[in-house]
Design a protein around this ligand. Structure first.
Ligand code: PEP
Ligand code: MG
Length: 745
């Protein structure tokens, strides 16, 4: 870039900074900015449009258009050229604007006489705030340098908006971070919580956006990148294969060695930005791209760049994670995403969790579920909107978050909490009675677990045992492979805590979304259908052998129940059982005490197993339907993919017919059968499973009460009749009929 242009741009930013430093109300500042930008860019018009709400932009200041139009002219997202810039987040550069498709004529602004149009988005870290526009009479296309200069002005505006520089009398802008905000996300753990915001990663605040000493800023940037490099190198020395540190390092290598990244930031500094503003500009662009790309690999790389930028910003600003603020008594954790280990560190202190990303099947979600903490994921913008200490309501049932709620909303929410507390009392009153349906059928209700932290729930929920102990959670929350002695001690503690109640230990179920940080990651085109669970256990039996041995030792004379995950055919079950037989023989030889009894069962998670040979049904001690996986394979709908995962109702007639077939086969061979997927914890679903013949269900602890309460009030024969009627009538789902039956009471 020519030096002349660099100094022009610096001059503009310098003037901008001086304007910001002057005492002025918000509107006056905006007016000065449009005037000086038009002057510097040599255009007749410069206008600032800001979002009034998520869908509407408002002209908030202009140089060149009619002043009466200010705060009057509004447009919807996507409408006209300004709306297009706002929607796409990309610049529009048109020499002949009226000829552009979508051009909208706004008579009140008197803009028809301007032909050239350049609009750039005002956005901060991927959050759209408005649009900055210049227009001129002459038909001309703006140069790349001019676009760049306007983008930099837009960025300064975004930073200033964040800092509240435009709040004041006369300005349409409301103070940021003071208004109520309602965000709609996805529910990952039901329940309602009220509390105050605790940011997992406090936002870095950049206060010095502009600098007129590029040499100094470039030196600061170089120094910061060097510090980052040293930090990453240190991590490398401690990194093990596939660990987080290695991944960060790979990302670092990609970007730090990418000359483009450094060069772009240095150019920004040359144009008048401070080092941190230059980093943030790159970060902003990465976030904007992140919201557009659907390719998972690319998204991960952009997310790496985002993390790296954060590290760099913390180095440059000296703002660590420690902000000095105290965690509130009723913290609601806000994060872009979080790993299961980090979540466990917070533990039960948290009242609720809201994530910008995440997925329902992720391990953070499983941990949140185990701890019964309401969790909403995909709450876009939450990390931008929330400030430490803000009041916040989390409606995990609806997937809705109210930040800084109005009193009326808070009041309604408190009523909801009170109703839930009432229901809890009702569940507590039936906690110690066994579940017998309204028509006299005994249904066993167990709970799912995976952490030591789950076990106190065995008593408080009234569950009869642990129907699924997900052993992989213990592997996932560690930084290295646990040792056999550690595992044996842990399993022994689980059995101690169960006080004689049955615990079904599922052997390691890794692969697909469950990736151990210390194991080499195998890149697979389709991990859910890939090398996972028992397939890994049989191909690389070392870990499974170690685990089985730990289980045998933990039982130490007590009964032991083992379940193999993801068995798709009889031979896999036979081979896995042989591993147990061999381990028993080894233990006998070594003179160790054997379990009193050993029950060996399998999960039914693939449709194929429902049609396996009779040998399977005869030889397994029990089968447990893993509905989460089974459903995704039955409907060919990825359980992790938000676009399809809700498409097929569990109460779909085809699925229930399939489950009835499983019930039938187990009845023929006298095989014990249970259901342990998430659906078993949903009362209406649980009722339907019981109606078609399931007599054992395993669910998260918080569901035991609601499921028991409904089953005890219900007549299974009537529900079964409703299911069969729905099938006879060719209905897609039985839900409506069953709900109607429940309403009749
Ligand atoms: C299931 O697939 O239903 C199940 C219980 O296993 P997981 O959710 O751990 O895959
Ligand atoms: Mg499964």
């Amino acid at each position: 870039m020519a030096d002349g242009l660099e100094s022009e741009s610096r001059k503009l930013l310098g003037r901008l900074r001086d304007t910001m430093a002057e005492e002025a109300a918000g509107q006056e500042r905006l007016d000065r900015i449009v005037a000086l930008t038009a002057d510097s860019m040599g255009t007749e018009v410069c206008s600032i449009y800001l979002f009034r709400d998520e869908e509407t932009l408002e002209l908030c200041a202009t140089e060149g258009l009619k002043p009466e139009a200010v705060h009057q002219t509004r447009m919807r997202l996507g409408e006209g050229l300004v709306g297009r810039v706002a929607r796409t987040g990309r610049a529009v550069n048109a020499a002949d604007a009226p000829a552009e498709p979508g051009f909208r004529y706004m008579p009140e602004t008197g803009e028809e006489i301007y032909s050239s149009f350049l609009g750039v988005p005002i956005q901060r870290l991927g959050e759209k705030l408005g649009v900055l526009v210049v227009q001129s009479k002459f038909k001309r296309e703006f140069t790349a340098d001019e676009i760049y200069a306007l983008e930099v002005v837009a960025m300064v505006l975004a930073e200033m908006t964040e800092l509240g520089a435009f709040v004041g009398e006369g300005a349409a802008l409301k103070a940021r971070h003071t208004q109520p905000v309602m965000l709609r996300g996805t529910t990952a753990q039901e329940g309602a919580a009220m509390g105050h915001v605790w940011l997992h990663e406090p936002r870095v605040v950049v206060t010095n956006v502009v600098s007129d000493d590029p040499e100094k800023e470039r030196a600061r940037l170089t120094q910061a990148v060097e510090t980052l490099r040293v930090g990453v190198d240190e991590m490398l020395t401690q990194a093990t294969d596939g660990s987080e540190a290695l991944q960060v390092l790979e990302a670092y290598r990609m970007f730090a060695n990418s000359k483009g990244w450094m060069r772009r930031m240095e150019t920004d500094i040359g144009r008048g930005l401070s080092a941190e503003a230059a980093v943030e500009k790159e970060q902003s662009q990465a976030r904007a791209r992140m919201s557009e790309v659907s390719d998972a690999y690319l998204r991960d790389r952009l997310s790496d760049l985002d993390d790296l930028s954060n590290r760099l910003l913390r180095i440059l600003t000296g703002q660590g994670k420690e902000t000095g603020s105290e965690m509130p008594d009723d913290p609601i954790l806000i994060a872009r995403n979080i790993g299961p280990g980090e979540l466990l560190e917070y533990g039960r202190r948290l009242k609720g969790i809201v994530l910008e990303e995440g997925s329902v099947g992720s391990h953070a979600a499983i941990v949140a579920r185990a701890l019964a903490i309401p969790l909403v994921i995909h709450a876009k913008r939450i990390t931008n909107e929330a400030l430490n200490g803000d009041r916040i309501l989390v409606d995990g049932d609806q997937g809705i978050v109210h930040l800084r709620p109005e009193e009326t909303v808070a009041g309604a929410f408190i009523d909801k909490l009170a109703m839930q507390a009432e229901a809890q009392k009702r569940y507590a009153s039936i906690r110690d009675v066994v579940c017998v349906s309204g028509c006299g059928e005994r249904i066993e209700l167990n709970m799912n677990a995976g952490l030591m932290a789950d076990l106190p729930s065995l008593e408080s929920s009234g569950a009869e045992g642990v129907g699924l102990f997900r052993t992989e959670l213990q592997f996932l929350v560690r930084q290295q492979m646990p040792k056999r002695t550690d595992l044996a001690a842990l399993y022994a503690r689980v059995l101690d805590a169960a006080k004689g109640k049955r615990v079904v230990f599922r052997t390691l179920d890794i692969g697909s979304d469950k990736v151990l940080p210390y194991m080499r990651r195998v890149e697979e085109p389709n991990p859910a259908l890939g090398w996972r669970a028992i397939r890994v256990g049989l191909d690389k039996p070392g870990v499974m052998r170690m685990q089985v041995q730990a289980l045998l030792r933990a039982a130490n004379g007590r009964p032991l129940t083992i379940m193999f995950p993801f068995i798709a055919q009889y031979e896999e079950f036979r081979a896995a059982r042989e591993e147990v037989d061999k381990a028993v023989a080894r233990e006998t030889k070594l003179g160790h005490v054997l379990p009193e009894t050993i029950e060996i069962g399998a999960m039914l998670e693939t449709p194929s197993l429902a049609y396996a040979s009779k040998k399977l049904f005869d030889e397994v001690a029990f089968l447990s339907v893993g509905g989460n996986d089974l459903k995704q394979f039955f409907f060919a709908a990825d359980r992790e993919n938000e676009l399809v995962r809700r498409r097929y109702d569990t109460l779909n007639v085809s699925f229930l017919t399939f489950l009835e077939h499983v019930v039938q086969r187990c009845a023929e061979s006298g095989t014990k059968l249970s259901f342990c997927g998430e659906d078993a914890g949903r009362p209406v679903e649980a009722l339907c499973f019981a109606a078609i013949g399931f007599r054992s269900l395993s669910m998260r602890p918080a569901s035991v009460g609601p499921v028991k309460s409904l089953l005890m009030r219900s007549n299974l024969a009537a529900v079964k009749a409703a299911i069969h009627e729905a099938r006879a009538e060719g209905e897609m789902s039985v839900r409506d009929r069953v709900m109607a039956l429940l309403r009749e009471g």
